[in-house]
Design a binder for this molecule. Structure first.
Ligand SMILES: [Zn+2]
Length: 651
C-alpha cells in the first residue's frame, strides 16, 4: 500500500519532533517502521511529483514537468502496470483533480476511483477535491473486497492543500495553525485504514510519503511550486511492515525514485534495470545524489527555470543568482554559500541533465506543443534565450504573492479587487502568460465576457495562446453570440487528443445550430476518454435543447454512471423530466443540482417556477427569492425580472 499525503511538510508530524502537531496514527506507524528523515521529492507540484513516485523515474525521463498541459505517456511503466502484469489486483483512491485519470497515472489500475465533485465551471481556481474520510472509505472497501489476493492500493489525500481549512471539529483547537489542523484531520482519517492494515495477514508493506511540502511563508513563498527550498522539497517517508522491517531511523539522503524499487522488491517483481533509484531497504549509497526542479513559474510565467542537485547535505540551486547551502549547518537555507563554494557548486551543476534534452523528453504531442508555445522549444530542442537576474524567481517573489492574493480575493468574493490587482501586476511584468489567463477568467466571472475576450486576444498576439486557452476563447465567443468566431478557433482542434477541446468544439457547434455535428464532437471526446462524464452531460444538454427528453435522460444516466456529482447534468435532467411532465422528479433533480453547486442559477429558477406552479409555494418562493438575490444581473437580467413577476403574481 502506498499512501501519498498531498502538501505534507516533513516537519509537520509529531514523530518528527513537532510538539504542536497531533498525528498519533502516523506517529505509531513511524515508531513501528523505518523512518527516513532526509527524504526528498524531485518536484514541488502534485502531478509531476506523483509521476516520479509511480514511475521511479526523474521528471526529465518521464516528461511530466508541471500540473497543467502534461500527461504521462502510454509507454512508461509504473508501479501499477508492473504489479498488474505480475498478477496483482491494483486499486487507487484519488483525492483531487490534479491526479485525474486524464493525466495518465491511471494506467495499470483495475480501479481508479476519482469521484470528487465537479464544479459548474470547466475552469476554476478551486480544485475539485474530496475529503480524506471519503477517500479512505473507498480505499478500505477496495482493500476488503480484494482480501486474500495479492493487492496494491494507492491512496491519495489532498486535504492539506491550501486554502488551509481544518475539519470543523479541529477548527477551534488549531485556530492559530490551521495547516496543522488539516494535518491532524488527515491523520484521524487514516486511523481506520491503519487498523485494517494491522489486521491483514500476511503483514502488508506500507509506504507513506507526501508529494511536496508547503512553504507557509518560508523565503517569502506562501504555498508551493515556486521555489525548491526544504519547506517544500523535504518530505516525510515511512516504510512499515511489522515482523519484516526493523523499526529505526535513517538520516541518509533518500529519494522519491527509491520508492518504486522498494515496493517491487517486496512484491518479488523484477526491478527494471535502468531506474535511477534503489530500494530503501538496502543500505544507503553515500554518493547518492538527488535531482530536483521547479519549472511551473518558468512554464506559466516566463521566469527562469529552477533546477538543482542535492548530494548528502550539499544543495545547489541553478538559477541566474545561483545558490549553495549546507543543510547540516544551515537547514533553513539562510546563508547562500555559492561565493565560497564555487567548486562544489560546479561539481553539482555538472550532474544536472541538459535542460534542452530535459524539455524534449518523451511526452505527448500536447506536452511538446505547450512547451513550444511558451518559447521553450523552437522546432526541436533549442532553449529560449538566456535568463537574467531579473528573471530569477527570488527577485519576483512579490509577484508570486500578488498571484496568490488575486486567487484569495476572488475566492473571498472580491472579484473587482482581484481584477484590479491582476491589471496592476500585468503593468509590472506584462510577459507572464498566466496573468492573461487569470484576468480573462476573472473578467468572464464578473460578467464581462467581452473584456475576457480582449484579454485572451492580447494573449494570442503575444503567442501565449495554447490549446487550453484557445478552448476557452472559443467558448467565450460561443457564449457571447459569436458562434462563427468560436468555430473558427475550435474547428482546427477537431483532431485534438484533448477531450476538453472536443467538448468545447461540440458546445460551439451546438450554439451555431449544428446539434448533429455537436454530438459527433462529444462522441469523439468519449472515444478518447470513455470515462468523460462531461461529454455525456453535453450530449444530454444538446438533446434537452433539441426537445429530445428521452434521449437526454439516457445520456445523463450514462454521465451519472461515471460521476453522479455533475450539477449541470442534474439541472438538464430536471428540464428533461419537466418536459415529460414528471414534475416531482424534476424538482428533486434541480434540488440535487443545487446541493452540489448553489450557483446553479438556472436550476434555482427552474425549481422556483415549477414548485410555485405545482403546489409547493414555500419551496417556490424560497428558491425564487434566492435566485433574485444571488444570480448575477449581467447574465440573468431578464430572468430576474421574470422571477420578480412570478413572485408577485403567484407567490
Ligand atoms: Zn501536491
Amino acid at each position: 500500500m502506498l499512501i501519498t499525503i498531498d502538501t505534507l511538510r516533513a516537519d509537520a508530524l509529531g514523530y518528527a519532533g513537532n510538539a504542536r502537531a497531533r498525528t498519533p496514527n502516523l506517529d505509531r506507524m513511524a515508531a513501528e517502521g523505518a523512518v527516513f528523515l532526509q527524504a526528498h521529492a524531485h518536484n514541488v507540484m502534485t502531478l509531476p511529483s506523483h509521476a516520479n513516485i509511480l514511475t521511479g523515474r526523474y521528471p526529465f525521463e518521464h516528461g511530466v514537468r508541471d500540473n497543467d498541459g502534461f500527461r504521462l505517456d502510454s509507454k512508461t511503466e509504473t508501479l501499477a502496470t508492473l504489479l498488474h502484469a505480475a498478477g496483482y489486483a491494483t486499486g487507487a483512491a484519488i483525492g483531487a483533480f490534479p491526479l485525474d485519470a486524464r493525466f495518465g497515472l491511471d494506467r495499470g489500475f483495475d480501479l481508479y476511483d476519482e469521484r470528487y465533485p465537479q464544479g459548474a465551471s470547466e475552469y476554476d481556481f478551486r480544485v475539485a477535491e474530496r475529503p480524506a474520510p471519503e477517500v479512505t472509505a473507498v480505499a478500505r472497501r477496495w482493500w476488503a473486497e480484494n482480501a486474500g489476493r495479492r493487492r496494491f492500493l494507492w491512496v491519495h489525500l489532498y486535504d492539506c492543500h491550501s486554502p488551509h481549512v481544518p475539519p470543523p471539529d479541529l477548527a477551534t483547537s488549531f485556530a492559530s495553525d490551521p495547516y496543522l489542523g488539516e494535518v491532524a484531520g488527515v491523520d484521524e482519517a487514516l486511523g481506520p485504514l491503519f487498523e485494517d492494515l494491522r489486521a491483514s495477514a500476511p503483514a502488508p508493506l506500507l509506504v507513506v510519503t507526501s508529494d511536496h511540502g508547503e512553504a507557509l511563508g518560508d523565503h517569502g513563498e506562501e504555498t508551493h511550486g515556486l521555489f525548491a527550498y526544504e519547506a517544500t522539497l523535504h518530505v516525510p517517508l515511512i516504510v512499515w511492515r511489522p515482523g519484516v522491517i526493523r523499526p529505526g531511523r535513517d538520516s541518509s539522503l533518500r529519494r522519491h525514485v527509491d520508492i518504486l524499487p522498494t515496493l517491487l522488491e517486496a512484491a518479488r517483481v523484477p526491478v527494471p534495470a535502468d531506474l535511477p533509484g534503489r530500494s530503501l531497504l538496502s543500505p544507503p549509497d553515500p554518493r547518492a545524489a538527488s535531482y530536483f526542479e521547479a519549472l511551473s513559474a518558468s512554464l506559466t510565467r516566463g521566469w527562469a527555470p529552477l533546477r538543482g542537485m542535492l548530494r548528502s547535505a550539499e544543495k545547489f540551486i541553478d538559477l541566474p543568482i545561483p545558490e549553495l547551502y549546507d543543510l547540516r549547518s544551515d537547514p533553513a537555507e539562510r546563508s547562500n554559500r555559492f561565493a565560497e563554494g564555487k567548486e562544489t557548486a560546479g561539481e553539482l551543476k555538472r550532474l544536472l541533465p541538459p535542460l534542452s534534452a530535459a524539455a524534449a523528453a518523451p511526452g505527448t504531442e500536447e506536452t511538446a506543443g505547450r512547451l513550444r508555445s511558451l518559447g521553450y522549444l523552437s522546432g526541436g530542442g533549442t532553449l529560449r534565450k538566456s535568463y537574467g537576474v531579473e528573471d530569477d524567481p527570488k527577485r519576483l517573489v512579490g509577484l508570486d504573492r500578488d498571484l496568490q492574493e488575486i486567487v484569495r480575493l476572488y475566492q473571498g468574493g472580491r472579484i473587482r479587487d482581484a481584477i484590479a490587482l491582476a491589471r496592476s501586476a500585468m503593468k509590472k511584468r506584462p510577459t507572464m502568460p498566466v496573468l492573461y489567463e487569470f484576468l480573462s477568467y476573472l473578467e468572464d466571472q464578473s460578467g464581462e465576457p467581452t473584456r475576457a475576450i480582449a484579454t485572451l486576444e492580447e494573449s494570442r498576439r503575444r503567442g501565449y495562446l495554447d490549446e487550453r486557452l484557445t478552448t476557452r476563447l472559443g467558448l467565450l465567443y460561443s457564449q457571447t453570440g459569436k458562434p462563427q468566431e468560436g468555430l473558427a478557433l475550435l474547428e482546427p482542434l477537431r483532431g485534438s487528443s484533448n477531450p476538453d477541446a472536443l467538448n468545447a468544439l461540440g458546445i460551439a457547434r451546438a450554439t451555431a445550430g449544428q446539434p448533429g455535428a455537436a454530438i459527433e464532437a462529444f462522441q469523439r471526446a468519449l472515444r478518447l476518454d470513455p470515462k468523460n462524464a462531461v461529454a455525456w452531460q453535453n450530449i444530454g444538454l444538446t438533446h434537452v435543447h433539441e426537445k429530445h427528453p428521452e434521449q437526454a435522460l439516457e445520456a445523463f444516466e450514462k454521465a451519472f454512471a461515471i460521476n453522479d456529482r455533475l450539477p449541470r447534468a442534474w439541472n438538464g435532467r430536471g428540464a428533461a423530466l419537466e418536459e415529460l411532465g414528471r414534475h416531482a422528479e424534476a424538482i428533486e433533480s434541480w434540488k440535487k443540482a443545487l446541493a452540489l453547486d448553489p450557483q446553479q442559477f438556472e436550476a434555482l429558477l427552474n425549481l422556483g417556477s415549477v414548485a410555485l406552479e405545482r403546489g409547493q409555494p414555500d419551496l417556490g418562493r424560497e428558491a425564487l427569492t434566492r435566485f433574485i438575490a444571488t444570480a448575477p444581473p449581467a447574465l440573468f437580467a431578464e430572468d430576474i425580472q421574470r422571477a420578480r413577476r412570478l413572485l408577485h403574481t403567484r407567490g
